[in-house]
Ligand binder design. Structure first.
Ligand SMILES: Cc1ncc(COP(=O)(O)O)c(C=O)c1O
Length: 516
């Protein structure tokens, strides 16, 4: 029952002041009537429950071809409203076959995720409330819950007090906002005058850093060239001494060092840069240290995994995505900073129509990003944290890591397979590398294997290049993934390898095209 202290009765119906529709009445019609909402809401929740139960039986990757979905949709929008039953039917008939199922237990591409039950329910309620938490008064609970939940996240990550922040849509936006703050520190005059009259500035990140850092360089007007790619070591970690030399060399040429981005959980191999040593360089040479832990950040909640994050408490800003490995539906990216004033100084702007009495007293979350309007994302994160609890989250993350490590051990033990990087978290970068096959032919084989496994519907993997060679990636992050799912995928990979060893000829002619 909805509780409204201003209302004598607690029944929703009593406050319905909208005129009842009567056939032929003048004026616009309103929303879906409550009875209909109830009926279809129930049916939709039932559909979701069944989907989550049965998603593991669907092919993971969609089998549609480019253009199929649009071809199945009417060219023109409907002139008259349609029955909700027809809309749901078309959702099942047209949309679902065009879905690659990220909630499938054998989805291992990119970084595997879970839209968990509590997260989905939180998302539904956020849509129902439909508030826009731009300033405190535009919905006090949206602002205060976000601040509070971010402080819970900070505690769970083992970060000291003083880190505050805001939820952004994605890590790309979080890093953009963090680097805007870094640019503001390096070029305080740029906020008003722009960068054109100023000297060049640089951002430093490893060769393995995510492309969002280069994108931030482009958007912030520093330019893509200004993002220096620092060499990595044999385990794909940034080399701090190379960073130091690069900053000193740029400085000697009059280039302003703006920020260094350390990644914990790089996109290709989930390697971890040595944050503590990078923090030393940042402190010595005056750089803003941003830590991109978009994927791996949640692992800092597990004590035995925390050493990989050593030194991140010295960062000026940190991003971690609950929508990656913290069971929260897309989108939800947590951006924390120790320097909220500089962050606000870089992007905040308050026109008259957004001034309120609470300005200066309460937080206005619009000050922490580019977007003015913001969804109530904290609600689903709150649901997830409360429903699973810190223990439950740790247990689930540990299980994913154990599955990934188990698989990597089996790969290492099997001739013809290479594990390309240490498995720190729940992502394995590997390669089928049969003896006697030239590296470039191995590349072609791995790409063929990728297409083959994805087209089979058994599992979904993605790929990368490491030191110029193709590698496949298997990431584990779905709450439904169990050992037998990993077994099935490993069996598929081994069948491919066995077939490969038994047949001669160039890779493309050996196997029929995968079924569609
Ligand atoms: C290390 C890292 N940073 C940033 C991102 C970008 O994430 P988002 O899609 O939230 O922008 C990714 C995406 O996989 C990533 O792996």
């Amino acid at each position: 029952m909805i509780h409204d202290p201003m209302r004598p009765s607690d029944s929703i119906g009593h406050t319905d002041v909208s005129p009842r529709e009567t056939p032929g009445s003048i004026g616009p019609r309103g929303d879906m009537p409550p009875e209909e909402f109830r009926e279809w809401g129930g049916a939709t929740v039932e559909w979701i429950a069944r989907y989550l139960e049965e998603v593991g039986e669907l092919p993971v990757m969609s089998r549609v071809a480019p253009g199929d979905i649009r071809a199945a949709l009417p060219t023109h929008p409907p002139e008259s409203g349609e029955a909700f039953s027809d809309i749901l039917d078309d959702f099942e008939r047209v949309i679902v076959p065009g879905i690659t199922h990220w909630n499938h237990p054998s989805f291992h591409g990119y970084f595997a995720v879970t839209g968990s039950g509590p997260g989905i329910l939180g998302e539904m309620l956020a849509a129902a409330l439909n508030v826009n938490g731009m300033v405190w008064r535009s919905s006090p609970a949206a602002t205060e819950l976000e601040e509070h939940v971010l402080d819970w996240v900070r505690q769970l990550l083992g970060l000291p007090e003083g880190f505050v922040g805001a939820i952004q849509d994605t890590a790309s936006t979080s890093s953009l906002v963090a680097l805007a703050a870094a640019r503001h520190r390096a070029y305080p005059e740029a906020r008003e005058k722009g960068l054109f009259a100023l000297s060049r500035g640089c951002i430093y990140a490893s060769e393995e850093a995510h492309s969002s850092i280069e994108k931030a360089g482009i958007v912030l007007g520093l330019g893509r060239d200004a993002v220096r790619k620092i060499e990595v070591d044999s385990e794909f970690r940034m080399r701090p001494e190379v960073l130091r030399r690069a900053v000193l060399s740029d400085r000697a040429q009059g280039i302003r060092p703006v920020a260094v981005v350390a990644t914990v959980g790089t996109t290709s191999t989930a390697s971890a840069d040595p944050v503590s040593e990078i923090a030393d360089v940042a402190d010595e040479l005056g750089l803003w240290l941003h830590v991109d832990a978009a994927y791996a950040g949640a692992a800092a909640m597990v004590p035995e995994l925390r050493p990989a994050f050593r030194g991140w408490e010295r960062a000026a800003s940190i991003v971690m995505n609950p929508h990656k490995w913290l069971f929260t539906p897309v989108d939800c990216s947590v951006l924390l900073t120790r320097f909220p004033d500089e962050m606000k100084g870089s992007v905040a702007l308050t026109p008259e129509y957004l001034r309120t009495r609470e300005t200066g007293v309460a937080t206005n979350l619009m000050d922490y990003g580019v977007a003015l309007g913001r969804r109530f994302r904290a609600l689903k994160l709150w649901f997830v944290l409360r429903y699973f609890g810190a223990d439950g989250i740790r247990e689930r993350i540990r299980y994913h890591v154990a599955l990934a490590q188990g698989l990597s051990e089996r790969m290492r033990a099997e001739a013809g397979w290479q594990v390309m990087a240490p498995v720190l978290f729940s992502t394995v970068a590997f390669r089928f590398a049969p003896a006697g096959v030239a590296p470039e032919d191995q590349d072609a084989l791995n790409l063929e294997l990728l297409e083959s496994v994805n087209a089979s519907g058994t599992a979904f993997l993605s790929h990368t290049r490491l030191r110029g060679r193709v590698a496949l990636r298997l990431s584990i992050g779905n709450l439904r993934t169990r050992e037998h799912h990993i077994e099935r995928t490993w069996a598929f990979l081994n069948d491919f390898a066995a077939a490969e060893r038994g047949v001669a000829g160039p890779p493309s002619s050996r196997r029929p095209a995968p079924p569609r």
